[in-house]
Design a protein around this ligand. Sequence first.
Ligand SMILES: *[C@@H]1O[C@H](CO)[C@@H](O)[C@H](O)[C@H]1NC(C)=O
Length: 214
Amino acid sequence: MATLVILLGLAALVFTITVADHSPLQDFCVADPSNKVIVNGQACKDPKTVQASDFFFSGLHLPGNTSNPVGSKVTPVTVAQLPGLNTLGISLARVDYVPWGINPPHTHPRATEILTVVEGTLEVGFITSNPDNRLITKVLNKGDVFVFPVGLIHFQRNVGKMNAVAIAALSSQNPGVITIANAVFGSKPDVAGDILAKAFQVDAGIIKQIQSKF
Ligand SMILES: *[C@@H]1O[C@H](CO)[C@@H](O)[C@H](O)[C@H]1NC(C)=O
């Protein structure tokens, strides 16, 4: 019995630790996209061939193209753009918003996000897990910082009169993004309409209409 309790305790501890990216086992492991070995993360380049350019990204001074239905654009700097991030458990993004533009409700399955407003005014929020589903929301001005805990659904909206810009840091080299509307209504193939009709408690025709937009 005591052994079982200890094992369960250890399992809980391991689970807690593995919520974030694993710790590096060497100084760095620059991602080598040409390596076809399937590993958790990406295979390392030979450290002797690594250059400063492997740890470098340029472009976050450039606004993203916000000409889209939601009026915002995320410019990510994850391991896909900056190979030196491999195994380091961290990444960055710039988000641009037109007035009333939104970064629609989404979650990062592998990362907590900390966001700061560089320009403008954002209304931000996240929603806690079931059963409370409490909305925690705030208006942020330039220089303000807000954190979105790992896995929780969150969003931003530009409530100012000018374009807004935010910089977000994320606790994974590859945070992942699940945009709720796109995932639920735009999956390939579609989730059966009657499943969504029952889930959202609306007529199947409304589901068809939403699905047609994604
Ligand atoms: C921005 O995106 C829109 C819609 O995709 C496109 O038509 C337009 O050419 C893009 N603008 C720039 C400057 O790339």
